[in-house]
Design a protein around this ligand. Structure first.
Ligand code: SD4
Length: 317
């Protein structure tokens, strides 16, 4: 079935990522290739939150989480992967060449190296090293949500262009995973999600981003969804699977994201004021939706040659 291609990514940094996907979608390419290329484009940039340039865990190791899913329920995932530039491509390789869905840690790295991925240096990017040194002074782990306006802080992102770390001028940070979902010209859906996880996380901590059904879900007959924010909260909800189920039951992508957020807030409304979770979703009709717990969750939509557009999601609070 012919469809109008569409790609949607989390955050405003998603605009540049969408452009990469669009180059695949426009000439009639496969949605899966589009989302993989999109994820790769940000994995190789230096940012706080995605790829080897990202912020490390408490012990100074950068460990990456990623997953990918196509329109046929094929999926692949890596978690806690170190020293490999493109976790998303390792996830795809797992999906396409093994009987498994998910590999973690050392085994994932071993698989990557055996499949020709280069083992990169363990050294932190200059940005990450600086942030880590700063963090070590107090060694506090307090995830901050993306609510710049409410906190009245100045975002530092202008300096580094579209991939600048989403960090505030006072040195505090928040976490920006890249989730990308796409519909191609043949009506095929796919999604990819990639992250270095929460900065200064406990060693071994895995968030929602590599978990199929939490950080990403694609149902080729219905739609696709991905999430960003405090991974633990998304995991306890089975977030993106829930969003897709709401769409299956008739909700538009916007309604589905909103209903999932409402479900999350209901668990503990007071606590929900203190964390951020945002969902984005698309369906086979090419409709787009997004919703977040708190203000400040942006997303990028590209469906033509106009360079795409950034929107601020509506939020519960
Ligand atoms: C995580 N969900 O590791 C990720 C972090 C994130 O924007 O989304 N940052 O929990």
């Amino acid at each position: 079935t012919a469809a109008k291609p569409l790609v949607v990514s989390t955050w405003d940094s998603g605009l540049a990522v969408n452009a990469v996907a669009w180059n695949v979608l426009k000439p009639g390419g496969y949605a899966l290739d589009a989302v993989e290329e999109a994820a790769k484009s940000i994995e190789k940039e230096i940012s706080c939150c995605v790829g080897l340039g990202g912020y490390p865990d408490r012990e100074g190791h950068v460990s990456l989480d990623a997953c990918i899913m196509n329109e046929k329920y094929d999926c692949g995932s890596v978690a806690g992967l170190e020293r490999i530039l493109h976790p998303i491509s390792v996830a795809r390789k797992i999906m396409e060449t093994t009987p498994h869905v998910m590999l973690v840690g050392e085994g994932a790295q071993q698989f990557a190296v055996a499949n020709g991925f280069k083992l990169e240096s363990a050294e932190l990017s200059a940005d990450a090293a600086k942030a880590y040194k700063e963090w070590l002074k107090k060694s506090e782990y307090k995830p901050l949500m993306n609510i710049e306006q409410q906190q009245g802080k100045t975002p530092k992102r202008a300096a580094g262009g579209p991939f600048a770390p989403n960090q505030f001028e006072d040195g505090s940070f928040n976490h920006d995973t890249m989730g990308t979902i796409a519909l191609d010209g043949k009506g095929r859906l796919a999604g990819a999600c990639t992250t270095s996880g929460m900065a200064f996380k406990m060693r071994g901590r895995i968030g929602d981003s590599p978990l199929i059904g939490s950080g990403l879900y694609v149902d080729g007959e219905i739609g696709a969804a991905t999430s960003s924010g405090q991974g633990e909260e998304v995991i306890r909800l089975g977030g993106t699977h829930l969003v897709v189920e709401f769409m299956r039951n008739g909700a538009t992508p916007m309604e589905a994201c909103k209903k999932a957020v409402e479900r999350l807030v209901k668990i503990n409304p007071k606590k929900a004021k203190e964390f951020q979770v945002g969902f984005i979703a698309i369906n086979l009709k090419g409709e787009v939706g997004a919703y977040s717990v708190n203000k400040g969750f942006s997303y990028s939509v590209t469906q033509g040659d106009d360079g795409g557009k950034v929107f601020m999601a509506e939020s519960y609070y």
